[in-house]
Design a protein around this ligand. Structure first.
Ligand code: MLC
Ligand code: AMP
Length: 461
């Protein structure tokens, strides 16, 4: 298939934790899944980090279906929302306790049927991601967009079939699934998924190319023996959240590698990166990848100078951008002249290097590289009978970048912090749970009654 053109009978080998499939086995197991999918337009996949998920996603793509990865740790409300909103006709997976009558995935099945490549404008994936308010939205990515996004990275990182990619990231987001699995199946590089992104597992896997979110790289640095084992690698890549400069420097000292940092979004795939054949600068995310143009815009809509000083909102355009959000018109995602507004604040230097300096809204939190909407966590907390008011913010955290932190005005009988954390974990997903809940008498509000989140983040208490 065109998107997974690196997946031939001879290459690559894919392993997840301690189980592996040869290319031939993966192709024929995926073809068996494709037969189950039949003509379904949209298929959900239980995206636990297993070999079954790799086979299910590959099979559904072979069949020409739009794939909806369901987070492995999704709670009831989030799972139901994704299944309903995406309109998935069936779910592939082996957890009948979570999904109604899932179609089981068996990696030992074989089929020799081949399938025609879907059209470039067919939707390949619908990736659910958080907004500042409301439930997650489904980002529709076409085959052509994923192909363009992966080819631009192969170019930037000199990523070829000679590589052995290692990572242990979740298989329900852009980083772990699109770059980390489909990228291998497109370039033909072998893939060793470590199950979880633990430093010791990275060290043992002996890859040439490693992916991690900053939390993973910071944990690798905290285990110097594991970090030193990465010296023979070709390239270490960080993304999904800002890589702190001290982590960059420590990684360099321990591994001899200056990590490549790249910037992206679910909606845009990766648009800016440093290059395998170029400089790497701590705190900077590089230059636009092939086919991408960027723009920095002030609040009044005027373009700000590329002087490395002036901050503006980053707008991007390129062939790897989303088609639309599920259920919304395509025009809703672009400005009238075709730009996608990222919501990220950036500076661009005269030499074209980009620096991400923050987000325009405090309501999108990045915790361990996961994007979490404050609004959805607040809504979940408010569904608990012991919560009268709730405000959620991301507070700086040395390990996670930002820690989801809730401020709650209680209602009636007392509730324990742990109970509220578990309540959110069970309803939304485990990774969206607040790491701390503070009980307060009142939330800081302005004269209009709006919660002043900056006072919760700043030195208010
Ligand atoms: C904790 N646990 C609970 C629980 N609290 N279980 C049930 N109920 C509760 N209340 C359990 C979890 O199941 C898990 O168990 C363990 O505790 C730890 O939870 P965690 O939150 O997963 O672990 P943590 O150490 O905090 O994770 C750090 C991390 C993770 C870095 C491994 O944040 C991560 O994988 N991040 C990657 C995010 C990512 O890929 N983002 C890409 C977005 S795409 P157990 O047994 O499982 O350990 C994107 C585009 C781009 O951004 O640019 O790339
Ligand atoms: P997601 O949709 O989960 O991919 O999250 C996208 C957001 O992650 C972006 O809008 C940025 O805020 C953030 N992000 C991704 N990569 C980087 C990076 N290298 N540096 C800073 N922020 C990043």
């Amino acid at each position: 298939m065109r998107l997974l053109k690196g997946l031939t009978e001879h290459a690559p080998t894919v392993s997840v934790a301690d189980r592996a499939l040869s290319a031939d086995q993966l192709l024929s197991a995926a073809a068996a899944v494709a037969a189950d999918v039949g003509g379904a337009a949209t298929v959900a996949v239980d995206a636990t980090a297993t070999l079954e998920t790799v086979v299910a996603v590959t099979g559904a793509l072979l069949a020409g279906a739009a794939v909806v990865p369901v987070p492995a740790d999704a709670g009831t409300a989030e799972r139901e929302h994704i299944l309903r909103d995406s309109g998935a006709a069936l779910t592939l997976g082996n957890r009948p306790e979570l999904f109604a009558a899932p179609v089981p995935v068996d990696v030992t099945r074989r089929s020799g049927t081949s399938y025609p490549a879907p059209a470039g404008d067919a939707v390949a994936l619908v990736m659910y991601t958080s907004g500042t308010t409301g439930a997650p939205k489904g980002v529709e990515l076409t085959h052509a967009a994923v192909e363009a996004g992966l080819d631009a990275l192969a170019d930037a990182w000199a990523w070829t079939a000679e590589d052995r990619l290692v990572h242990g990231l979740p298989l329900f987001h852009v980083h772990g699934l699109i770059l980390g699995v489909l990228g291998a199946l497109r370039t033909g590089s072998s893939l060793a998924h470590t199950g979880r992104p633990h430093p010791a597992a990275y060290a043992a896997a002996r890859g040439t190319l490693y992916f991690g979110v900053p939390t993973v790289w910071s944990r690798v640095c905290a285990e110097p023996a594991a970090a030193r084992a990465l010296r023979p690698a070709r390239l270490l890549v960080s993304g999904s959240a800002p890589l702190p400069a001290p982590v960059f420097e420590r990684l360099y000292a321990l591994t001899g590698h200056r990590p490549v940092e790249r910037y992206g979004m679910t909606e845009t795939l990766i648009t800016v990166s440093s290059r395998a054949d170029g400089e790497r600068r701590p705190g900077q995310v590089g230059v636009p990848v092939a086919g991408v143009r960027t723009r920095l815009v002030a609040e009044d809509g005027t373009e700000v100078p590329r002087d490395g000083e002036t901050i503006g909102e980053l707008w991007v355009d390129g062939p790897m951008l989303l088609r639309r959000y599920r259920g919304q018109p395509a025009t809703a995602t672009r400005t009238p002249d075709g730009w996608f507004r990222t919501g990220d604040l950036a500076r661009i230097a005269p030499d074209g290097w980009h620096r991400i300096v923050g987000r325009a809204s405090t309501d999108l939190i990045k915790c361990g590289g996961y994007r979490i909407g404050a609004g959805e966590v607040e809504d979940a907390l408010l569904a608990h009978p012991a919560v009268r008011e709730a405000a959620v913010v991301g507070l700086p955290d040395a390990d996670l970048g930002e820690a989801v932190t809730a401020y709650v005005v209680p209602e009636g009988t007392a509730v324990a912090e742990r109970d509220l954390i578990d309540f959110v974990a069970a309803l939304l997903s485990i990774h969206k749970r607040p790491r701390a809940v503070h009980f307060v008498d009142a939330l800081p509000r302005n004269a209009m009654g709006k919660v002043q989140k900056k006072r919760l983040i700043g030195p208010m208490l």
